[in-house]
Write a protein that binds this ligand. Structure first.
Ligand code: NDP
Length: 326
């Protein structure tokens, strides 16, 4: 079995030298245990800030994966079945079954299981909950989402369109912007090539935004707040523009816009609505099956490429959900 450890805490953008590839021997499963083998590993932005908060140097990198049950001494998990497990960057894992989530039993054969880490998994749920629970988005409203060509952003825009809203997205390359238009975004722009973010946001929605799904934070958010309509709602999903900061974060200059426009801004973590996950995943699955949501994945092959895939995702190298295939 192989695993990737955090050899040294990140300073700025992670480097290959921050990680170390190790080998381990796993014993045979005991009664009640299952031996899992990784099939797809999720590559997510939260691994950057969370590693600082939760890992010591030498610990295994954190993360979720789709794994196959290769040996089972637990009657609830048949050999050959697939589960989701948060066991970190490992090729193999021994579990007592308590920490496993089975893939939904009605998963269509034609859909890749990797989608259980993305569109029909954590990132799809983040999009759905941010829009419905925090933004309480309604038909005809105008929505802004940044990092729009990524795993969460592509879902946010498409769900907003299903709900009859106007979706404005921005991303870091012209190819990503073309992809957003293909997905049905009403307006999209490349935030790296515009001369003024303020002007670009205003041109894309001259009347302003009812809802803002924020994946980026930092200066982007300071600027976006000025373009909100009164009583606008803001779902704070993440602040990827600050994850690699080495200097202390200044934070958005929120006061004047938040108060004068009476905005509502709330952070959220997907786990808050755990009780709704089952039904929510079924709704996402139905939209994907009906072709109302298109899923693009950025798949890198090979466990040895976990660090490279992670670094590339943080640098904007992905379109759609970043996943590593074993
Ligand atoms: P993505 O697939 O969107 O990948 C990250 C993208 O972020 C990159 O492709 C890049 O795209 C963009 N990016 C990187 N640096 C910057 C920057 N400085 N400014 C603007 N954009 C940048 O990742 P996810 O969809 O998985 O995650 C998106 C956000 O959602 C993250 O902030 C993450 O932490 C958050 N999240 C929150 C959850 C929750 O429960 N609250 C759950 C899941 C994710 P580009 O080329 O456009 O720059």
């Amino acid at each position: 079995a192989k695993l990737w450890t955090l050899q040294q805490h990140f300073e700025g953008l992670p480097k290959e030298s921050n990680f170390e590839l190790k080998q381990e021997e796993l014993p045979d499963p005991k009664d009640g245990e299952v031996l899992l083998e990784a099939v797809f590993l999720s590559v997510d932005p939260y691994m950057r800030p969370y590693s600082r908060m939760h890992l010591k140097e030498g610990d295994t990198m954190m993360g979720a994966q789709v794994s196959r049950v290769v040996r089972s001494r637990n009657p609830s998990y048949l050999e050959g079945s697939h589960v989701i497990v948060h066991c970190g960057w490992r090729t193999h894992f021994l579990s007592d079954g308590s920490d496993l989530t089975p893939i939904p039993s009605n998963w269509p054969e034609e859909l890749p299981l990797s989608l259980a880490l993305g569109a029909i998994g954590m990132t799809g749920l983040a999009a759905l909950y941010g829009l419905e629970e925090i933004c309480e988005i309604k038909a005809e409203e105008t929505l802004l989402v940044n990092a729009a060509a990524g795993a969460v952003g592509t879902m946010v825009g498409q769900i907003a369109k299903i709900k009859g809203c106007r979706a404005v997205g921005c991303a870091g390359s012209d190819d990503k912007v073309s992809y957003l238009k293909e997905l049905g975004f009403d307006q999209a722009f490349n935030y790296k090539t515009i001369s003024s973010l303020e002007d670009a946001l205003r041109e894309a929605a001259p009347q302003g935004y009812d809802c803002y799904f924020d994946n980026v934070g930092g200066d982007f958010t300071s600027t976006a707040l000025a373009q909100m309509k009164p009583f606008g709602r803001i779902a704070l999903s993440g602040s990827i523009s600050t994850y690699n900061n080495t200097a202390p974060h200044r934070g958005p200059s929120i006061h004047s816009h938040m108060i004068l426009k009476q905005l509502r801004m709330e952070g959220f973590l997907v786990e808050r609505w755990k009780h709704k996950h089952h039904d929510s995943l079924q709704r996402l699955l139905a939209w994907v099956k009906e072709g109302r949501i298109k899923c693009r994945e950025h798949i890198t092959e090979g466990f040895e490429n976990m660090p490279a895939s992670f670094i590339s995702m943080l640098s904007g190298g992905n379109v759609g959900k970043a996943v590593v295939k074993i």
